[in-house]
Design a protein. Structure first.
Length: 103
C-alpha cells in the first residue's frame, strides 16, 4: 500500500493513469506527447507506477521493426482505512523522525 500511495502522490503520475485509463494502452512516445512531458521523465514516472503494480508494460515490434513499449493500467482498488494504515506501518523499516535533520 505504501508504494501505491507514494506512486499516486505525484500529479504527473495521476495524469499518466488518467490518460491510460481513458485511452487504453499506449506507447511511451505517444503518451509523452499527450501528457506534455519528456520521454525520460515519463519513463521515470512509469517505472514508479509499474513498481507499485498500477501499470503493466509490454514490449512489441512495430511493422517497420521499431520496438514500442506499451503501457496500460492494471486493475486495482484501494481501501484506505485506519486498519489498513496500521498494517502498512508494520512494513516501515525506519523511523522518519529519527532520520529527519529538521526535527
Amino acid at each position: 500500500m505504501l508504494a501505491i500511495l507514494a506512486a499516486l502522490s505525484n500529479p504527473h503520475r495521476l495524469r499518466i493513469l488518467a490518460a491510460l485509463q481513458s485511452e487504453g494502452r499506449n506507447y511511451v512516445s505517444q503518451l509523452a506527447r499527450e501528457i506534455g512531458i519528456s520521454r525520460p521523465l515519463l519513463h521515470l514516472h512509469l517505472q514508479k507506477l509499474e513498481g507499485a503494480g498500477l501499470v503493466t508494460s509490454q514490449l512489441e515490434l512495430s511493422q517497420d521493426g521499431k520496438a514500442l513499449n506499451y503501457f496500460e493500467v492494471s486493475s486495482f482498488a484501494i481501501e484506505l482505512t485506519p486498519a489498513a494504515i496500521a498494517e502498512a506501518v508494520k512494513t516501515l523499516t525506519s523511523n522518519p523522525e529519527s532520520t529527519n535533520p529538521e526535527s
